[in-house]
Design a protein around this ligand. Structure first.
Ligand code: SF4
Ligand code: SF4
Length: 304
């Protein structure tokens, strides 16, 4: 791992979220991470979009390491089972059933709480580790991010698995070990459990939206989520000028600060499609993301 020794003050966790996919969340998270590192703050960028993580396509870490994410799954020893039914009665999630003379565990429903194992007096239930995904991490440094660096931590849910929040929590735990001055959480789109796992306990929530009717609708849901969770929030309008929805009027009416505007610009789309960094490859990129970094810090300080 790269040694990040640049000076910095305070620590801040910034969640980047959106009510729907495709609004530019990855664009904002990756470029903001570089802007923060260049300001002298060591950064951990956590890709919490476990169904389709892609931050590492833009910031490719050197020599990444990986660790599986496993959950304890109950298994039945049929030879010891008396079919007493205690496990079925105990499970609050309907994840363990008795069908005929068999006890069956449904992994997709199981919350891995261990309660059924504890109530099984004959000792017919035990737990085995079951893989649901993986966390990968590595550092990006050198001229790209100097004077500090970016640790990129990626949560990836295995195909066919459903426990994205578990994998996201594991990735955030890994990032917490780095204890960087700035942690950026690139959350899952939407407002479901995986999005909540990605933004929980953030100091600031940055909601990326686009000025379309769909963007507006989903922004309102994301604002409701952020407010329910008590996280100070602001909005980035991506593709500003492209659509008909008046995000500015909505934010003004709601008292929500607009932290940055990224215009509807062919060059932005080209750079992003090529896996490049807009902060470097668009003449206004440094100003956009430097300005966003300042606005995020101001919002955090106002709410501190
Ligand atoms: S609690 Fe144990 S013994 Fe009873 S039905 Fe469940 S697995 Fe079988
Ligand atoms: S571990 Fe918990 S959730 Fe899973 S089957 Fe047992 S009681 Fe149900």
């Amino acid at each position: 791992m790269t040694a990040h020794s640049a000076p910095h003050v305070g620590r801040i966790t910034v969640a980047i979220a959106s009510g729907k996919g495709g609004t530019g969340k990855t664009l904002v998270a990756t470029n903001l991470a570089v802007a923060a590192a260049r300001s002298g703050s060591p950064v951990a960028l956590v890709d919490c979009d476990a169904d389709a993580p892609n931050d590492a396509l833009f910031l490719a870490p050197d020599a990444p390491q990986a660790s599986p994410v496993e959950v304890p799954l109950p298994v039945v020893d049929e030879s010891a089972c008396t079919l007493c039914g205690a496990c079925r009665r105990t499970c609050a999630y309907g994840a363990i059933r008795i069908l005929g003379s068999k006890v069956i565990v449904f992994p997709e429903l199981c919350h891995n709480c261990g309660a059924c194992v504890r109530v099984c007096r004959p000792g017919a239930l035990s737990e085995r580790p079951a893989r649901v995904g993986e966390v990968e991490w590595g550092s990006v440094g050198g001229a790209l991010t100097a004077p500090a660096g970016v640790d990129v931590v990626t949560a990836t849910l295995d195909i066919g698995e459903v426990k994205a929040p578990t994998v996201i929590r594991a990735a955030r735990k890994r990032a917490a070990v780095f204890n960087r001055a700035v942690t950026i959480l690139d959350a899952s789109p939407g407002v479901a459990c995986s999005a909540v796992a990605g933004v929980r306990d953030a100091d600031v929530l940055v909601l990326v939206t686009e000025p379309t009717p769909f963007g507006m609708h989903d922004l309102e849901l994301a604002v409701a989520l952020g407010r329910d969770m008590g996280i100070p929030l602001g909005v980035v309008i991506n593709r500003d000028g492209a659509g008909s929805a008046d995000v500015t009027a909505y934010c003004t009416a709601q008292g929500i600060p607009i932290l940055a505007r990224i215009p509807f610009d062919r060059r932005v789309a080209e750079v992003y499609a090529d896996g490049g960094l807009v902060i470097d490859e668009h003449p206004d990129g440094a100003a956009w993301f430097g300005g966003l970094l300042s606005a995020v810090r101001e919002l955090a300080e106002e709410e501190a």
